[in-house]
Ligand binder design. Structure first.
Ligand SMILES: Cc1cc2nc3c(=O)[nH]c(=O)nc-3n(C[C@H](O)[C@H](O)[C@H](O)COP(=O)(O)O)c2cc1C
Length: 197
């Protein structure tokens, strides 16, 4: 791997280049990412979410703030993400702090989704026990009839940014001699280090 490519790179730009290559080569969901959180008890928990954007504010995703991850993020606003692009044999790991997305931006994204998926998100008490599939479907029908116009975004459906403090790029190499570069945020910019595989 060209070391210069890493040592002179901005990690956000590098991430966007890797994501573009993943979009061209992955069979589906190149933006799927494992999101790890832990509440006050420190017990880690991990699940997939879809990355919806990157900006100076961080890496964004959407979820229900009453879900397990939502409760953990409000108790402990720190998280980690791990992308694995199998077709490219690459991994990116992020660790950082969690910030809320402004409500207007959440509304814009919520209303850009299909009506069915807005309804589904609105009625789902995500991660809490559900008596039956029929109950969920009846709740979707009832909400649909109650709101024939725009589907209101529930307060609990929110957007978050993971503001990365560390970003690691991993690329498969021969004989397990993989390349790893770790970017750590400094007061100004980033420092970068090569790591043993
Ligand atoms: C590929 C994939 C993408 C997903 N994207 C999201 C997402 O963007 N937001 C979300 O809340 N759940 C998403 N889910 C569902 C979560 O993995 C998880 O089941 C749900 O959020 C509840 O997690 P929790 O109980 O840990 O809060 C996705 C699942 C998969 C497999």
């Amino acid at each position: 791997m060209d070391e210069q490519e890493f040592t002179s790179a901005d990690p956000f730009t590098l991430f966007q280049e890797w994501m573009k290559e993943a979009e061209a080569s992955e069979p589906n969901d190149p933006n799927a990412v494992a999101l790890a959180t832990a509440g006050k008890d420190g017990m880690p928990s991990v699940r997939m979410v879809l990355l919806k954007g990157t900006s100076a504010s961080g890496f964004s995703f959407f979820t229900n703030d009453g879900s397990e991850k939502g409760l953990q993020l409000s108790a402990n606003p720190q998280a980690a993400m791990c992308f694995h692009w199998k077709s490219l044999r690459r991994q990116v790991r992020l660790e950082g702090t969690i910030k809320d997305m402004p409500g207007e931006d959440v509304d814009t994204y919520f209303h850009s989704r299909s009506r069915r998926s807005q309804l589904g998100a609105a009625v789902s008490a995500q991660s809490r026990p559900l008596e039956s599939r029929e109950l969920l479907e009846a709740q979707v029908r009832a909400f649909d009839e109650k709101h024939p116009g725009e589907v209101p975004r529930p307060e609990y459906w929110r957007g978050y940014f993971l503001y990365p403090l560390r970003m690691e790029f991993w690329k498969d190499g021969p004989d397990r001699l993989h390349d790893r570069f770790l970017f750590s945020r400094k007061d100004q910019g980033w420092s970068v280090q090569r790591l043993y595989p």
